[in-house]
Design a protein around this ligand. Structure first.
Ligand SMILES: C=CC1=C(C)c2cc3[nH]c(cc4nc(cc5[nH]c(cc1n2)c(C)c5CCC(=O)O)C(CCC(=O)O)=C4C)c(C)c3C=C
Ligand SMILES: [Fe+2]
Ligand SMILES: [Fe+2]
Length: 349
């Protein structure tokens, strides 16, 4: 019998046309774990306001990242699936599903069902746990498998922001830039989340106890590995340690806010403006919540934040590209599938 592996990323539109982008946004944002408000409020907000108004603007941005291979998020997903399959060999069958749009998680599970599979390891392509991403993937897999005649043994990789190979791969890619230019500062810009969502996930009270709108920043936050905000700060500290960056040489911030509710802070835009006020002229920007390049890295960090930096007096802005199909990242995926205990680096002991 083979072991099944289900790689899952967020998903991307089928094409960069406004219609497909609108369809994608509707499916994505109607997920109750993403916009976590009651259905009767979510439906009009998504279908009558956000999706129709955002789709044309987003389609323009998707056109900028689209390549001859389509969306990079999907392209690198397919590459990772192929390379991981080669690495794992015949005892495994690797399938790829997207939480929203295509290839769907349902199609990937059906592919696995046709194999002689005894168990499935689900690897969400999100290093830091969030209910909106990892949680949503787990819920979908449970919904889809609950009526199978033979329910497989399914396990979930919940987070891997501490995995040394994930950390080292980002450091390796970043080092390429650090060796060739003397940067004044480094930023780690993570995808944001509504503040209320991390409060809801606050199983160890790390956010609530730290006050200031529920913050749990910096040292001593290691207990709750399911707090997205904590995990982001820890990720940045681990990459910075690997790069040998002193504390005052890097900042952590959160991008991609949607809507008017407070999201986790500091916001990337504010951090950039702050840095320019402090006279920082050259900045290297990591975006480690993403394991593949996508709209949020290439356009948002690589172009939009660069513009803000330059408008405010900055001179040199460089995005560190994502893990994509880096061999050390594929090795990390192999470790995650095989349940190899990641050595947890001791940061603060
Ligand atoms: C890295 C993990 C991600 C978290 C956490 C996340 C939460 C989250 N996102 C939105 C709204 C949007 N996100 C969009 C794009 C997008 N988001 C992620 C990942 C996470 N999202 C990725 C990988 C991408 C890029 C997809 C691609 O095809 O390139 C978008 C759509 C883009 C746009 O129209 O500008 C929206 C909208 C919310 C509300 C949320 C948490 C609640
Ligand atoms: Fe997102
Ligand atoms: Fe927290």
């Amino acid at each position: 019998m083979k072991k099944g592996v289900l790689l899952v990323n967020l998903g991307t539109p089928d094409s960069n046309n406004t219609g497909d982008v609108r369809k994608y946004l509707r499916e994505f944002l109607m997920d109750e774990r993403v916009i976590d408000i009651p259905f009767y409020k979510r439906w009009p907000l998504v279908n009558l306001i956000i999706a129709p108004f955002r789709a044309p603007k987003s389609a323009k941005e998707y056109k900028k990242v689209w390549t001859e291979n389509g969306s990079p998020l999907l392209f690198y997903g397919i590459e990772c699936k192929k390379l991981l399959q080669e690495k794992l060999g015949e005892g495994y069958h690797v399938a790829l599903g997207m939480r929203y749009q295509n290839p769907s998680i349902e199609s990937a599970l059906n592919e696995l069902k046709k194999q002689d599979i005894s168990e499935i390891v689900v690897v969400p392509l999100f290093p830091q746990y969030a209910s909106a991403t990892t949680g949503s993937v787990a819920q979908k897999v449970m919904e889809l498998t609950r009526n199978w005649q033979v329910i497989p043994d399914v396990s979930y990789v919940q987070h891997y922001h501490r995995h040394p190979l994930y950390i080292k791969t980002f450091a390796d890619i970043g080092n390429k830039y650090l060796r060739s230019h003397d940067y004044d500062h480094v930023i780690f810009s993570f995808h944001g989340l509504p503040e209320r969502q991390i409060i809801k996930a606050d199983i160890n009270t790390c956010c609530k106890l730290r006050g200031e709108g529920g913050t749990c920043n910096r040292k001593g936050y290691r207990k709750n590995t399911f707090c997205y905000r904590s995990a982001c700060f820890e990720t940045a500290d681990l990459i910075a340690k690997e790069l040998g960056l002193p504390d005052d040489k890097y900042s952590v911030c959160f991008q991609s806010r949607l809507g008017k509710d407070p999201w986790i802070q500091p916001y990337t835009e504010d951090t950039i403006i702050d840095l320019t006020k402090k006279g920082k002229k050259s900045v290297l920007a990591f975006s480690p919540a993403f394991v593949a390049d996508c709209l949020e890295t290439t356009v948002e960090v690589g172009e939009e934040y660069k513009e803000i930096f330059e408008e405010n007096g900055g001179e040199h802005w460089q995005l560190v590209e994502s893990l994509n199909d880096h061999p050390m990242w594929i090795k990390c995926l192999e470790d995650l599938v095989k349940g190899n205990e990641a050595h947890v680096p001791e940061l603060f002991d």
